[in-house]
Write a protein that binds this ligand. Sequence first.
Ligand code: NAP
Ligand code: MG
Length: 482
Amino acid sequence: MAPPTFEFDFQTTGGNFTGKVAFSAGLFINNEFVESVEGSTVELVNPTDGKPLGHVSAATDKDIDIAVKAAREAFEQRWGTKLAALESLNNGKTVFVSRFVDVQGFVNTLRYYAGWADKIHGKTIEVNDAKFAYTRHEPIGVVGQIIPWNFPLGMFAWKISPALATGNTIVIKPSEWTPLTAIRVAALAKEAGFPKGVLNVVTGLGSVAGAAISSHMDIDKVAFTGSTLVGRHILKSAAASNLKKVTLELGGKSPSIIFDDADLDKAVSWAAFGIVFNHGQTCSAGSRVYVHEKIYDEFLLKFTEKLKSLKVGNPFAPDTFQGPQASETQFKRIMGYIESGKKDGATLHLGGSQHGTEGFFIEPTIFTDVKPDMKIMREEIFGPVVVVAKFSNDEEAVRLANDTLYGLAAGIFTKDISRAIDVSNKLKSGTVWINEFNKVEVTLPFGGYKQSGIGRELGEYALQNYTEVKAVHINLSATPPI
Ligand code: NAP
Ligand code: MG
């Protein structure tokens, strides 16, 4: 049987309200209106005239059970948890990182930019007595976005949130290796009532689908996160096609500087987190650690112990810190870098091998005695491989830290705030962490100096990536010049 329907005709009330209302008055369980199991109803009375008003369903304990079961199932299958599991399944990252970095970051980023949506406006600029002017921050149009596999959901949110808040429409391509969570989120967006065509998710190969985005004549802007190599392609094809606007978030070889007055245990923990967080597959990974010579030996001892203490294994186990690298390609690439370090004469101080015998696990690896021109000191490895080197004074620390083509992030560990700020000012780096590492905040801009990219994501700054500024001149009293 169908649930009861409530119907009322306001003509009969004799007031200002006119017209009829009619809607299902069943029990709302699992997003549907249903009749109660026993078909019982409650009669409503109009308090104005004491006459019957209509009927709604009356639940009994059987209906309550059904509703509770639906609520329980929905609770147990929280979409956040499911997305986290899907992320770990596809990427190999630990469930802990999936939940508290990717899913939480995804939600926080969307929420943060949703707050911006009604606070984007231009300025009024009074030019002179004869002219008044204002600026408008308008959406750019159709935005193409290309993202990597290391934080599939996180990068998805960093890209779509500011673009949507500023009124653009989107064609986004996830990495060919990790498209699952983006596909799920697209379905959730539809469920949430997204208008047609605003968010389009196209899975596929970078060389085909990605290249088609960057060279498209009707895409107004492309935002890319990935390797510096592909970033160059994007810039070239944007130039060769319609000169679409380009922002790039690229790689890094980020330094940590540990001064001799640092809180050593904390510095050890942050530096370790700096390199092995997300299995070293982090663009801002602290892959070069420079330690003051006075504390070098003690630091290295503690740092080694710390890395040894972290559990490598099944990403679904709650106590695992490090899961497998995301793919065999990455695994081989990282092992290739480890071989090159050994061949070039650096000292393999810790790790250096596959962890276990199956999957793409790599032991946390430390190299020492690394020369500035060795590949492992210069190139992004994108795995749990770190070089530790010495310095003897602040000036040398700054010089070594800046001796790179990249400029994404850097860390400084000291208790001396003047030194921290002085050194921070001298680092050519988009982010400087003082006494922490790899802590990204949705409110703060993130991006690179030098070959680490063009533009900034996150915070208010990211809005600029997705708006055109229009200057509107209003002539108040000037007469035409001719
Ligand atoms: P990638 O090879 O550069 O790929 C990134 C994205 O670009 C993928 O979706 C890829 O598709 C696509 N792509 C590949 N070739 C393309 C082409 N010719 N034209 C257009 N798109 C193309 O990078 P990745 O290996 O996925 O990710 C690792 C790199 O990303 C690292 O270097 C890391 O530092 C960098 N990264 C930087 C940041 C940052 O914020 N700065 C954040 C995360 C990662 P396929 O999946 O099919 O290859
Ligand atoms: Mg690739």
